[in-house]
Design a protein around this ligand. Structure first.
Ligand code: AMP
Ligand code: MG
Length: 425
């Protein structure tokens, strides 16, 4: 058996980021920028008001208070999207709505809440401003957020909804990113049935393929369903060749153990430089990994994941997912799930077998500002109910303390609930 760290390092040393490509801005959330994005425009493009109110000369409001407001002549209105048709002179005020350009002459805005509009002797309007404002008050200057030429998104940034908004505010239609890899998923096993058909003797349903497809999509890559093949070398070889031609990486499940019909390894050996590993972890000890060269010269990483349903998912978590993230250009500290230290709310039993165990747990952030973990169910590698209920994998190293109250590292693989930051009741 080889240590987990060694197997992982081997895998990661053989995958690299996909060549960058232009992608429409609407589709880049979760992808990594492969260019420095610089602005050609100022944001905001013009000085505008942060509040609804009256654009004034700040100096006109000197000494104003609710008891002794200053009186200014209202000369018009500027709405968002408008431009003032005349400047604001001393002694004047112009009604202005949030986002509207500050009229020439004005240098501050009095909030509508601090004003009262009255009729003037001449039949027009006057505003009583009950507060003193300084120059620049409630004014958002041009370029307050972004100046032309400024790099707003450095290469290597993991893009999210805020970046999508920012790119749109710059008028960008596309951005150069590492694209989403297409990941083929192939199930192998003569016992497998896809779909709801009645099961014959010895048959079980294929659960690995849909589970892996879901994990791939959740990791931000594009799953490609390569179907289901029986334990037959020719069938496996044909399916893999098709997959290599159309995908950036492939995950197979089953057929990498010590059984008589475990042909995946044999087939992959004939296709590229494969390494067959027995990793010191439980579940998911067997792993075949290598890079197959496609006809067009691309290196296509192939993960031969174990067949047991929980094993295939755990193996995906610890080997394939970090590799996919590297293909997506994620920085080293973005490859892995976050690991937290959690208090065990119940003992977690393990055998002394020299392996690192990944126990399926539910983890919650408690009112005591600590993470808490308990078993999510059956811990057998065939027991998907435990995996289904788990949002964490507790890492039980050899000799790890596993009594109630002990603290353990837990890989967070799903959403964690906890107390709310603000009382929303
Ligand atoms: P294998 O690695 O092919 O020896 O498979 C190990 C165990 O996982 C066996 O009990 C298989 O029946 C089961 N298995 C393999 N592939 C799948 C699959 N796609 N869905 C559900 N169970 C599977
Ligand atoms: Mg099998």
């Amino acid at each position: 058996m080889i240590p987990l760290a060694e197997a992982r390092a081997y895998v990661l040393s053989r995958v690299e980021p996909l060549p960058p490509r232009r992608v429409p801005v609407g589709a880049v959330s979760g992808l990594v920028a492969a260019e420095d994005v610089a602005s050609t425009e100022a944001i905001p493009p013009f000085a505008n008001t942060a509040v609804d109110g009256f654009a004034v000369h700040a100096s006109d409001t000197r000494g104003a208070s609710p008891d002794r407001p200053v009186r200014l002549t209202v000369t018009g209105t500027v709405a968002a999207g408008d431009a003032a048709d005349r400047p604001v002179a001393a002694g004047e005020a112009m009604r202005i709505m949030t986002g509207a350009p500050i009229p020439p002459g004005a240098d501050a805005v009095v909030m509508v809440e601090d004003t009262e509009v009255v009729a003037s002797a001449s039949g027009g309007e006057e505003v009583l401003a009950g507060v003193e404002v300084g120059p620049g008050q409630s004014v958002r200057p041009a370029g307050d957020d972004v100046n032309p030429g400024q790099v707003v998104i450095p290469a290597g940034t993991v893009l999210g909804p805020g970046h999508v908004g920012l790119l749109h505010s710059l008028g960008r239609q596309e951005v150069i990113v590492h694209p989403r890899p297409r990941i083929g998923v192939l199930s192998t096993g003569s016992e497998l049935v896809g779909g709801p058909a009645p099961l014959g003797p010895g048959q079980i349903r294929d659960s690995n393929r849909p589970a892996l497809v879901t994990m791939i999509a959740e990791a931000g890559a594009v799953p490609v369903d390569l179907g289901l093949v029986v334990d037959d070398e020719q069938a496996i070889a044909d399916a893999l060749r098709l997959g290599v031609a159309g995908c950036d990486a492939i995950c197979t499940s089953g057929g990498v153990s010590m059984g008589d019909y475990d042909y995946v390894k044999a087939v992959l050996d004939g296709m590229g430089e494969m390494r067959w590993m027995q990793v010191a972890i439980k579940p998911a000890k067997p792993l075949a990994f290598g890079v197959v060269t496609a006809e067009d010269g691309r290196g296509v990483p192939v993960f031969g994941l174990p067949g047991n349903p929980v094993s295939s998912m755990v193996s995906f978590e610890v080997f394939a997912r970090p590799a996919l993230r590297r293909m997506m250009g994620y920085p080293d500290d973005g490859l892995d799930r976050m690991t937290v230290r959690a208090v065990l709310d119940e003992p977690l039993r393990r055998h002394r077998d020299g392996k690192t165990h990944f126990a399926r747990v539910t983890v919650r952030y408690g009112d005591d500002a600590r993470f808490h973990a308990r078993s999510a169910g059956g811990q057998g590698s065939h027991q998907l109910t435990g995996m289904a209920g788990a949002n964490g994998l507790a890492v039980l190293d050899v000799g790890a303390a596993t009594e109630e109250g002990d603290e353990l590292p837990v890989m967070v693989i799903g959403e964690v609930t906890g107390p709310k930051a603000v009382d929303t009741a």
